[in-house]
Design a protein around this ligand. Structure first.
Ligand SMILES: CCC/C=C/C(=O)SCCNC(=O)CCNC(=O)[C@H](O)C(C)(C)COP(=O)([O-])OP(=O)([O-])OC[C@H]1O[C@@H](n2cnc3c(N)ncnc32)[C@H](O)[C@@H]1OP(=O)([O-])[O-]
Ligand SMILES: NC(=O)C1=CN([C@@H]2O[C@H](COP(=O)(O)OP(=O)(O)OC[C@H]3O[C@@H](n4cnc5c(N)ncnc54)[C@H](OP(=O)(O)O)[C@@H]3O)[C@@H](O)[C@H]2O)C=CC1
Length: 248
């Protein structure tokens, strides 16, 4: 079952996938806004009615808009936290309560390269770091039910048409290439094969872990953003201490 908000995009994506499926696996799609609790409950119960089981859950839905933190309205902040953190939590909780508690299963959460913060997208950085931590807590709480849960963290380097449209710049991802040790963008396949590995029995002994698929970008330098030159940082020395004391 493939689910998201936009019916037309869903239909196109599932038609495309059906053309490429060589196994007898069945595929369906369903509208669901993961920010809405009832819609998530309905997604999981409909999936169970349609397929009779729920082996895997992949929380891939996510997104954000670029802006400085001081400019965020509460509505904008909440939109991004609800999309990336609350939506992921609701999907995990429903999958567990409706099926995986009794039957086990595997969950993979898609997060982002937020290890050094994400300037200009601090809302999504905070939400993705929270999902990284949620993954670890759930791995411990749900291990006794036979549930494994891991994350995949793509670099800011996998070309996305919707992101380029959202950010108004088709070259938005290409700007990052100089900051990626492997000196190229990643492919969608390089993300999905990592997800498949984590879903497969080959990773049966891995839980609560996050795989970074970023061409080494997270080891290197912060993407896109440069801190402007400034003289706002005052050094601290013992001499300053004496001056402070004399003022007290
Ligand atoms: C991490 C680095 C690399 C990552 C790459 C990718 O992830 S690639 C994948 C990337 N893919 C995606 O990102 C796709 C998915 N992304 C989305 O659907 C949206 O970005 C969303 C998550 C904000 C939800 O939006 P929605 O409209 O459904 O939500 P809503 O109606 O509930 O609240 C809207 C409120 O949010 C605010 N606000 C929104 N846009 C802007 C902006 N440009 N400017 C400023 N503010 C903005 C504004 O406050 C607005 O309220 P207003 O002023 O209208 O009263
Ligand atoms: N491309 C990249 O370089 C990177 C991507 N990522 C993350 O990887 C994931 C996939 O990204 P990508 O394919 O590039 O981007 P897309 O924008 O193409 O995919 C985001 C998906 O999330 C769905 N979505 C967004 N909000 C909701 C919601 N409220 N409820 C249900 N579905 C929702 C969208 O579908 P619809 O609009 O139909 O709801 C869309 O299918 C995202 O979480 C993204 O943030 C992380 C780091 C880098």
């Amino acid at each position: 079952m493939v689910a998201s908000r936009n019916e037309e995009r869903l239909r196109k994506a599932t038609d495309e996938m059906k053309k490429n499926i060589t196994s007898p696996a069945e595929l369906d799609h369903m509208q669901c806004n993961i920010r809405k609790e009832e819609q998530v409950q309905n997604l999981i119960s409909t999936t169970l009615k349609r397929f009779g089981k729920l082996d895997f859950l992949i929380n891939n839905g996510g997104g954000q808009f670029p802006a400085r933190a001081e400019s965020f309205s509460l509505k904008g902040w909440n939109a991004v936290i609800e999309t990336n953190l609350t939506g992921t939590f609701l999907c995990c909780r429903e999958a567990y309560n409706q099926w995986m508690n009794d039957n086990g299963g595997v969950i993979v959460n898609i997060i982002a390269d937020m290890w050094k913060g994400i300037p200009m997208m601090s809302h999504t950085g905070a939400a993705r770091a929270a999902v990284d931590n949620l993954t670890k807590s759930l791995a411990l709480e749900w291990a006794e039910s036979g549930v494994r849960i891991n994350s995949v963290a793509p670099g800011s380097s996998i070309y996305s048409e919707t992101a380029a449209a959202n950010y108004g710049d088709p070259k938005i991802f290409a700007y990052n290439i100089p900051k990626i040790p492997l000196k190229r963008l990643g492919t969608v396949e390089e993300i999905s094969t990592s997800v498949c590995f984590l879903l497969s029995p080959a990773s049966a002994y891995i839980t609560g872990e996050t795989i970074k698929v970023d061409g080494g970008g997270s080891l290197y330098s912060t993407m896109i953003f440069e801190v402007p030159d400034h003289k706002k940082s005052k050094a601290y020395t013992w001499k300053d201490d004496e001056e402070t004391k004399s003022k007290l």
